[in-house]
Design a protein around this ligand. Structure first.
Ligand code: F6R
Length: 353
């Protein structure tokens, strides 16, 4: 029998929702999302006091990526809210992206209501649901993205419109070049790491194999890669149906590192993946090296995944794409369908009844 990752028939039967195909299309979704944002009917705006992104799970991660991308490039703070309520400082000078793929996520709807009540300028990004309805009733600009995808597979549709809107408002330099480079890079990486590329030549499949039966521990070597580490963890949870954890340097050196004293027991439980970026400061690289020597002895394995590309968006999304593919391949190896998230559906159903 051919090995599952390299057998198109077995991959297809384990993945009837086509999650691998959707991951491979990240570049298309980013480009389309960007176009939707650039063309959206947005009010003219001067630079805000704050930029907020409201969104849960697969709809919130776009905000985390945006915050990392803009960290030292804008003069206003970027805050991601994954909750029902807003910080007390939100007011009429704030600009708010309310992101919910389904449009029916109660936390995001509540936070959107709070943003409206605070007088903030809102933009809704959704495929429909109550968020689309409320935005239309409220006269709030609405970026309507295509429906029918698992939210976490729609990352490009959720991040792209925010980047396109920021380009329209002219608050950030160089976004168009960044999106163009990221789109091209994601296409070539999808060809390099996609399902058709055999395990022998495919580092994403090789890493998935190393994670079978382990608890993945994903560390970002620096703040830039932090949302990519979170994305790895959440994709491993939702696609591969495994428990996973994540953290970021240097903070983890001040607490989590100590926990490794007994973390090697039971032996072979934890497998570490460190996400690296070419702009990681030398002190952080040194921290990764020393941490490996003094603390990670109990890990079954320690891997490093290096960002590809030149500009920041490409580098971040190259790490995301790598992890997304690893999570789908690990689902195949675990013989689970990557698409359904039955527990999330059940939670939402019970909360709604
Ligand atoms: C499902 C997924 C979830 C959802 C989250 C919020 O694929 O990734 O994390 O994104 O439950 O739902 P939406 O995105 O519809 O607001």
């Amino acid at each position: 029998m051919t090995y599952v990752l390299d057998d198109p028939g077995r991959r297809a039967s384990l993945d009837p929702g086509g999650m691998a195909e959707l991951v491979v299309r990240t570049a298309d979704f980013l480009r389309e999302g960007w176009e939707l944002g650039v063309r959206a009917a947005l009010p003219e705006g001067s630079s805000p006091s704050h930029l907020l992104v409201l969104g849960m799970g697969g709809s919130g991660i776009g905000g985390d990526l945006l915050r990392s991308l803009l960290y030292d490039r804008v003069r206003f703070p970027v805050t991601v809210v994954k909750d029902y309520t807003l910080p007390g400082w939100v007011g009429p000078e704030a600009v708010v992206f309310a992101c919910s793929y389904s449009g029916d996520t109660e936390e995001t709807l509540a936070a959107y209501g709070a943003a409206r009540a605070a007088g903030a300028a809102c933009v809704a990004v959704t495929s429909g649901g109550r968020l689309a309805q409320r935005a239309q009733e409220d006269g709030v600009p609405l970026v309507r993205i295509p429906s029918g995808l698992p939210p976490r597979a729609a990352l490009g549709y959720l991040l792209g419109p925010m980047l396109g809107a920021l380009q329209r408002w002219g608050w950030v330099e160089g976004l168009e070049e960044e999106v163009t480079e990221a789109e091209a890079l994601l296409r070539s990486l999808a060809a390099e790491w996609g399902p058709e590329v055999p395990t022998a030549h495919n580092p994403t499949k090789q890493l998935a194999r190393s994670l079978v039966g382990r608890v993945p521990v994903v560390y970002a070597a620096s703040r830039l890669s932090e949302p990519a580490a979170l994305r790895w963890k959440t994709q491993l949870n939702e696609n591969s149906k495994v428990y996973a954890t994540w953290n970021v340097f240097p903070e983890l050196n001040h607490n989590e590192t100590v926990g490794w004293a007994l973390a090697g027991q039971p032996e072979g439980l934890l497998e570490v993946v460190v996400l690296r970026d070419p702009e990681d400061a030398p002190r952080l690289v040194r921290r990764v090296e020393i941490t490996r020597e003094v603390a990670l002895g109990g890990a079954a394995g320690v891997h490093q995944v290096h960002a590809r590309g030149t500009r920041r968006l490409s580098r971040l999304l190259s790490l995301v794409l790598f992890g997304d593919l690893v999570s789908v391949y690990l689902a195949y190896l675990n013989e689970v369908d990557p698409t359904p998230v039955a527990v999330i559906d059940e939670l939402k159903r019970r909360l709604g009844s």
